[in-house]
Structure formats: structure tokens, C-alpha cells
Design a protein around this ligand. Structure first.
Ligand SMILES: *[C@@H]1O[C@H](CO)[C@@H](O)[C@H](O)[C@H]1NC(C)=O
Ligand SMILES: *[C@@H]1O[C@H](CO)[C@@H](O)[C@H](O)[C@H]1NC(C)=O
Ligand SMILES: *[C@@H]1O[C@H](CO)[C@@H](O)[C@H](O)[C@H]1NC(C)=O
Ligand SMILES: *[C@@H]1O[C@H](CO)[C@@H](O)[C@H](O)[C@H]1NC(C)=O
Ligand SMILES: *[C@@H]1O[C@H](CO)[C@@H](O)[C@H](O)[C@H]1NC(C)=O
Ligand SMILES: *[C@@H]1O[C@H](CO)[C@@H](O)[C@H](O)[C@H]1NC(C)=O
Ligand SMILES: *[C@@H]1O[C@H](CO)[C@@H](O)[C@H](O)[C@H]1NC(C)=O
Ligand SMILES: *[C@@H]1O[C@H](CO)[C@@H](O)[C@H](O)[C@H]1NC(C)=O
Ligand SMILES: *[C@@H]1O[C@H](CO)[C@@H](O)[C@H](O)[C@H]1NC(C)=O
Ligand SMILES: *[C@@H]1O[C@H](CO)[C@@H](O)[C@H](O)[C@H]1NC(C)=O
Length: 441
């Protein structure tokens, strides 16, 4: 693994910083060979906790235990996406961005601090077009039965269908046909981008797998650390279908976002036992109390996920899995909690079912934070072997790749985009792509 510093910094001059973005909705027809699982109770938080206990029990494969048969899922779905291109017009190379668990398409282009944490900004500055999708089942894309419809396989089929439409120039609202499609994932989105390269190696020109390794040993700790709860109960105003009228009456004078949190804190200070301002901040911002009223002033319709969509319980769980203490802006972290997205039980059951190896013969970059928890157990460099890092061991999944490189981003955990210095890492990714002959054209 070459140190990141060995890559020449990009020349950022010469490109207009500005980009043009549109929201697009992409119809896809898919046929997916996937599991048919036995139903289990998943209504309330106690059921959800039981699912997590069963999934993480050592010595058993809960996916195999629930598998009754295989099925061919056929269906038409809508994928919601954000397309961006340089002001000067679309490139013929596009980066197709798939988010991880806990996020949606906005992960790649956070507006925080004037888009200071934006993968899209960095890629578009280098002349690429980007398409960031809400994965099938999540956010503004079609939802579905969280156990037997929304599984990794169905999402890979949707990703492949979108890739083909991009090449054909048939995505509604995008008037370009792309010669090259680079698949860029984060976490579960990387698992799916890898999986696409296993099934449809000719449909990708390059892989950038961020927040990724081939090591599944730390998945149970991750699932436990999330302290999963029912999404509908965790953020009833955003994930459920509760009306926020009453909440707006009670809290409307305080404002939204962190201003709302201050309002709730002020209220609690008056009516509860004596807690200091800092203690009350902790009570509201870092626990499920904040989630309970989150989204009270959203103008868009609540997402109304069915039971079986589950989510990490609060900001401390979010930090455990995604954030390195001291190396991220807490305001941005809280925003991540407020805008988080759930995971379907069918996704958790199939996350480990990808093929063992990919026949892909193009270039592959793995780009993972040094302190990644889900894919490295908190230290990607502690391999206990001669391998330079846990992500570097992923080479075994790509015996035919023209190039395989694992870059480790220092002082960064799994949610790469939330950490200071994220954009320097993203620039290194673009430099690597250009070095592989995949510069924007
Ligand atoms: C896309 O959708 C988002 C969320 O609804 C909205 O804030 C944004 O203005 C939309 N962008 C465009 C270009 O319509
Ligand atoms: C668990 O079982 C599923 C379904 O049979 C299989 O795809 C998966 O590879 C198994 N996982 C492990 C770690 O053996
Ligand atoms: C953006 O990030 C850079 C580098 O981390 C920092 O120097 C700059 O102040 C930030 N700008 C804003 C608007 O936050
Ligand atoms: C969600 O999708 C609808 C159409 O299905 C569209 O009107 C809306 O702008 C989308 N919002 C976001 C945030 O993508
Ligand atoms: C990819 O393309 C090569 C060369 O045209 C062909 O031999 C191979 O069968 C294709 N693989 C798949 C999975 O379509
Ligand atoms: C809200 O969702 C619940 C559970 O799905 C359903 O029983 C109820 O009818 C819904 N209420 C409204 C107003 O849509
Ligand atoms: C709630 O949202 C509406 C529409 O975006 C806005 O006009 C209003 O000021 C917001 N209320 C508060 C308290 O922020
Ligand atoms: C808390 O009490 C103070 C002093 O009585 C009052 O000014 C303030 O409006 C109260 N805040 C809330 C949220 O009730
Ligand atoms: C994951 O990495 C650790 C540390 O190198 C190693 O002990 C473990 O065997 C690996 N697990 C898998 C499934 O490769
Ligand atoms: C920031 O990221 C770049 C690119 O990965 C790296 O070269 C540099 O060492 C990082 N800086 C710090 C302070 O970690």
C-alpha cells in the first residue's frame, strides 16, 4: 500500500467550482434471485432487539436458519437520485454513488458549512458527472417488504439496471449517454458495487469501495452497537406517519435543527429535575429524546416505513459505528443523526451473502478510514500478519483486477465524509482514478 502522500496533489485550477444538479426519478424493472425468509415478529422495540440478539449469537448463521427457499423477485420500482454535472456540461464519464446503511443520497453532498464535506463537489471539480442514488428500499426510492423484497440482491439488480440506462442515455432528465461508469460505494453501497462487479463485470469501468474491507468479523459488534430500534418508533414524525401538528404547536417558537434542540433543552430545564445546561444538552442531543421530536417541522411527507425497517437508536450509537471522537465536527455529527435512514431486516440478513470473488478485470480502489469499526474493528492497521492493512487483504476478492490498491485515510472512522480532512481524501481518490486512465472526459 503506497502512502497517500505519494500521490501527486491534483491541480484544482482550471475548473469552474460551480456545478448544476437536478433531482431525477428513475424507473427500473428488475428480476432478482434471492432468499425467501421465514417471517418473525418485528413490530416493537423488544422484537427488534430479539432480532439483533438472534443475528449476533456466536456459532450460528441466522440467515441460513431463516432461509426457507429461494425466489425470483420481479418488479418495477422507482429510484430517486441526484444528478450533478460541471457547469460546462456533462462529461462522458460518470461516477455512480451508492450510500451505506444509516444514510441516503445526501451523504455524498452534505450542505453543511457551505458544502465543505462533499464528495460530489470534489468529483465535479475534476470534470466528472455524478449520480447519487437512494438505494432501492431507502429514502425517497420505492420502499418494500423489508424482509423478502428489500434484500442486497434486489438492490444490486437495481444498481445494474441504472448503470445500463446511463450507458444508453435513457435516464429520464439526463440527456447524455455515458461511455464510462465508475461505481463508487460507501459501506453497504461498496458491498453492492463489489457484488455488481461479480455478476456484471462488463458493466463497470472501475470500482471505488469506500468504508470497505473483505473482513466480516466485526459485523456482529456493529449490529450490537447500533442498539437497533423500530424506525417508526425511533423517529415517529419522520419514519412513521404521526402528525407533527401538536409538536409544532408546542415547540414551533423555538425554530428547527439545533435551534429546536435548544428549545427543548430550555423547556426541560424548567420542568425537570435539576440538570446543568450541559447535562440537558446530553439528554436531548445524544439520546432518543432528540429522535422523538426530530422532523417536526419538515414540509415533506413522513417516510412512513413499515415495521421491519430498523435503525440505530441514537447519536451515541451513531458515533460508535461511524465517527472518531475528536476528529469530527459535533454539529455535523448531530445533523447526521437527524437525517439518518434505517436498514431493512432483509438487508442485514443478506449483507454477507455476496459471491466470494469478482472476475472484474479493471482497476479497484479501496478507501477506508484507519479507525473504521464495521470493517476493521477500529484499527485497520492491526492485522497481526504481514499484510499492511485489513482493507489490503481484500485483494483476494479480485484475482483478475488490473490494479488493486487500498488507501487508508488517517484519523478517520467509518463515516469518512463526516471527518475533518475528508475532502483531501476525496481528492486522492480522483487522482487515483486519473492515474488509471479514468479521468473525466
Ligand atoms: C431536490 O430535492 C431537494 C429535497 O426535496 C430540494 O431541497 C432541492 O431544492 C431539489 N433540487 C432541485 C434542483 O430541484
Ligand atoms: C450464512 O448462510 C447464508 C445462506 O445460506 C450464506 O449465503 C452465507 O454465506 C452464510 N454465512 C456464513 C458466514 O457462512
Ligand atoms: C472547510 O474545510 C477546510 C479544511 O478542513 C477549512 O480550512 C475551512 O475553514 C472550511 N470551510 C468552511 C466554510 O467550513
Ligand atoms: C422524491 O420523489 C418525488 C417524486 O417521486 C420528487 O417529486 C421529489 O422531489 C423527490 N424528493 C427528493 C428529496 O428526492
Ligand atoms: C464480458 O465480456 C467478455 C468479452 O466480450 C465476454 O467474454 C464475457 O462473457 C462477458 N462477461 C459477462 C459476465 O457478460
Ligand atoms: C399510520 O400507520 C399505521 C401503521 O401502519 C396505520 O395503522 C394507520 O392507519 C396510519 N395512519 C394514517 C393516518 O395514515
Ligand atoms: C417550519 O417550516 C416552515 C416551512 O419551511 C417555515 O416557514 C417555518 O418558519 C418553520 N418553523 C420554525 C419554527 O422553524
Ligand atoms: C422557563 O422559565 C423561564 C423563567 O420562568 C421563562 O422565562 C421561560 O419562558 C421558560 N421556558 C419555557 C420553555 O417554558
Ligand atoms: C479480520 O481481520 C482480523 C485481523 O487481521 C483477523 O484476525 C480475522 O481473522 C479477519 N476475519 C476474516 C473473516 O477475515
Ligand atoms: C489528509 O488527507 C490526505 C489525503 O488522504 C493525507 O495525505 C493527509 O495526510 C491527511 N492529513 C491529516 C492531517 O491527516
Amino acid at each position: 500500500m503506497p502512502p497517500l502522500a505519494s500521490f501527486t496533489p491534483l491541480l484544482l485550477a482550471g475548473f469552474a467550482a460551480a456545478r448544476a444538479c437536478t433531482n431525477v426519478t428513475i424507473p427500473v424493472d428488475i428480476s432478482s434471485r434471492q432468499g425467501l425468509f421465514e417471517e418473525f415478529p418485528i413490530e416493537g422495540n423488544i422484537d427488534v432487539a430479539a432480532f439483533a440478539q438472534a443475528f449476533t449469537q456466536q456459532g450460528r448463521n441466522y440467515t441460513a436458519m431463516l432461509l426457507r427457499d429461494y425466489q425470483t423477485l420481479k418488479g418495477s420500482y422507482e429510484i430517486s437520485a441526484k444528478f450533478c454535472q460541471p457547469d460546462s456540461g456533462s462529461a462522458s464519464t460518470i461516477q455512480l454513488l451508492s450510500h451505506g446503511i444509516g444514510f441516503d443520497k445526501t451523504y455524498w453532498d452534505l450542505p453543511y458549512n457551505n458544502y465543505n464535506y462533499s464528495y460530489v463537489d470534489i468529483a465535479v471539480k475534476q470534470g466528472y458527472s455524478t449520480l447519487a442514488i437512494d438505494r432501492l428500499g431507502i429514502g425517497n426510492s420505492s420502499h418494500g417488504d423489508p424482509l423478502n423484497t428489500i434484500q442486497a440482491q434486489a438492490e444490486v439488480e437495481a444498481l445494474n439496471a441504472i448503470t445500463t440506462l446511463l450507458r444508453q442515455g435513457k435516464v429520464p432528465g439526463i440527456d447524455t449517454s455515458f461511455n464510462k461508469v465508475i461505481h463508487v460505494g460507501h459501506s453497504f453501497g461498496s458491498v453492492q458495487s463489489y457484488w455488481l462487479s461479480c455478476l456484471y463485470p462488463n458493466n463497470t469501468d472501475g470500482l471505488v469501495l469506500t468504508g470497505y474491507s473483505a473482513n466480516g468479523s466485526y459485523l456482529p459488534v456493529t449490529v450490537a452497537a447500533w442498539n437497533l430500534h423500530s424506525a417508526r418508533l425511533n423517529q415517529p414524525l419522520r419514519f412513521g406517519n404521526s402528525s407533527s401538528e401538536g409538536v409544532q404547536k408546542a415547540f414551533g417558537s423555538y425554530g428547527t435543527g439545533t435551534a429546536l434542540l435548544s428549545g427543548i433543552q430550555s423547556l426541560l430545564k424548567n420542568v425537570t429535575i435539576q440538570l446543568s445546561t450541559n447535562e440537558i444538552w446530553n439528554e436531548v442531543a445524544t439520546t432518543e429524546v432528540g429522535d422523538l421530536i426530530n422532523g417536526y417541522n419538515q414540509t415533506i411527507a413522513p417516510l412512513d416505513y413499515p415495521s421491519g425497517y430498523i435503525v440505530q437508536s441514537d447519536f451515541t450509537a451513531t458515533q460508535y459505528v461511524f465517527l472518531l471522537p475528536g476528529r469530527y465536527d459535533i454539529g455535523l455529527g448531530i445533523l447526521g443523526e437527524m437525517t439518518k435512514q434505517p436498514v431493512a431486516t432483509g438487508e442485514i440478513l443478506t449483507i454477507g451473502s455476496s459471491p466470494m470473488m469478482s472476475p472484474f478485470s479493471g482497476p479497484v480502489l479501496v478507501f477506508t478510514g484507519e479507525n473504521d469499526q464495521p470493517f476493521c474493528g477500529g484499527d485497520c492497521l492491526a492485522t497481526g500478519t504481514s499484510a499492511p492493512s485489513i482493507p489490503a487483504e481484500g485483494k483476494k476478492q479480485f484475482p483478475s483486477a488490473s490494479v488493486f490498491e487500498a488507501l487508508i485515510q488517517p484519523e478517520t472512522a467509518h463515516g469518512l465524509n463526516f471527518h475533518y480532512n475528508a475532502t483531501a481524501g476525496y481528492e486522492a481518490v480522483q487522482t487515483w482514478l486519473a492515474a488509471q486512465g479514468l479521468a473525466a472526459s
